[in-house]
Design a protein around this ligand. Sequence first.
Ligand code: NFE
Ligand code: MG
Length: 563
Amino acid sequence: MAKRITIDPITRIEGHLRVDVQVDNNSVTNAWASCTMWRGIENILKGRDPRDAWLFTQRFCGVCTTVHAMASVRAVEDALKLEIPLNAQYIRNLILIAHALHDHIVHFYQLSALDWVDVMQIPKADPAATSKLAESLSPWFRNSRNELKQAQDRVNAVAASGQLGIFANGYWGHPAMRLSPEVNLLAFSHYMQALEYQRKALQIVGILGSKTPHIQNLTPGGVSNAIDLDSQSALNMERLEMIRGLFAEVSRFINEVYLVDVCAVASMYPEWFNIGSGVTNYLAVPDLPLDSRGSSYDLPGGYIGAGGLKSFQTASDDAFRKGVTEDVTHAYYSGDKPLHPWEGETNPQFTGWNGDEKYSWVKAPRFNGDPAQVGPLAQVLIGYTQGHALTKKYVGLAAEKVHAVSGIQLQPAMLHSTLGRHAARAIRAGMLAELAQKHLDLLTNNIAKGDYSVYNAPVFPSHEVEGVGTHEAPRGTLSHWIVIKDEKIKNYQAVVPSTWNASPRDQKNAHGPYEASLLHTPLARPQEPLEVLRTIHSFDPCMACACHTFDPSGNKIAAVNIL
Ligand code: NFE
Ligand code: MG
């Protein structure tokens, strides 16, 4: 008999997400993804100075603040056809890489590992056997019996206290949990260490951005970092070397711990390479510009749809600019047709949840009329399909590790899955860690040539102009769309990674990626829908970004006056 299960809220994400699934014979037959909060920041921006927009947009979210700052200044620069100095480009790239590395580490360990790792099995583990197992997998220097014993002692103390705190609500002992006590202990020890290494990555963002969250060093036209190798109060040699050291530590953690753990956990759950596929149209934009105009990039972009791959040459390639629309048929906004973001509207019309009508604060972005999946999986598949050397290198490394642990031959087709999204995120992290060293070298070499410039002043034309600023954020393709008239913002729309992935149905009733990926998921115990969480978490949801006044009771949201 069909049952409806509502999970509200989904935890270990940013913001407020509700998921409803219909279950027949222990298998998901229908799904609805619903964002239960609304921000309205796009409306607050209208009429303001375009140079201030980035300060507002990075308040969309408490997780990916920098990414919205960056997409916003890029949107203004695109509208004004403004080039930025090389130093500014490299400093921005380093911030974006460091932020993404922090984000990916936190996502795997703190936000999703406990869907696979049963913390309550840890007291049964033998730390010496765990250490031996760890040494067979990786040269990581913090897998000693002592360090593992300390991690186990922590869990024992929490379990003995009877107050499980942040571990109170896991599905411990669930039949879909399958790791040995030793693998559970190893993963938990790395869960604790991950907290240290994500902090080191954020320290880099703090050094270059003055603080984090909410960096202070951007402006349309460049950055405000003063470069002076001899001054104590500027970006000097000491700070550049500190950044180099931090990247080296984070990079080692990514290669010797994160990538290895993802492959090891995946090897124990091979059926999850066949579950959770859903929408197989993929979208990514080029990122990490290498010149002042943004005409060549380290990371490729494109779209994989029914017709195969179409590569994008630049981040604001016409093929991308023209393809994006947002549909609000099933979202709590008024409007009767899909709109391109430059004509986009954000007029709230809250009705309460109705699965046949409106049921989410997230709009439904579409590419050439179809839903598209964004994120590390899209980035990796698009890079791999066009033969991008760095992508192929890290896909190869992951495939080798999976094979070494389990004998499984990882095929590209297996990446269309819940585990594929985790593997792709670790692959992307490995690529970014390698590129960090390159961009730091590019910056220091350019400074060594005597180029200290960081800023070109914007000039606003009298006629109306439009721009798009993009970034491949940790969760995927982010685009900010701006219309500028008389030096003021006439329209502003943000189409965000989690808006693509958490999208509700559209006017053609096509599911968004979260919804589609849940169909056919087997549930061992429907009353404990761990499998639904595994797939939803594999996307790394962020609803604060996606819907950009939170109303916990579901009542009418207060009207906002635009000043
Ligand atoms: Ni709020 Fe984000 C990222 C953006 S939303 S975390 O990455 O943009 O998906
Ligand atoms: Mg939006």
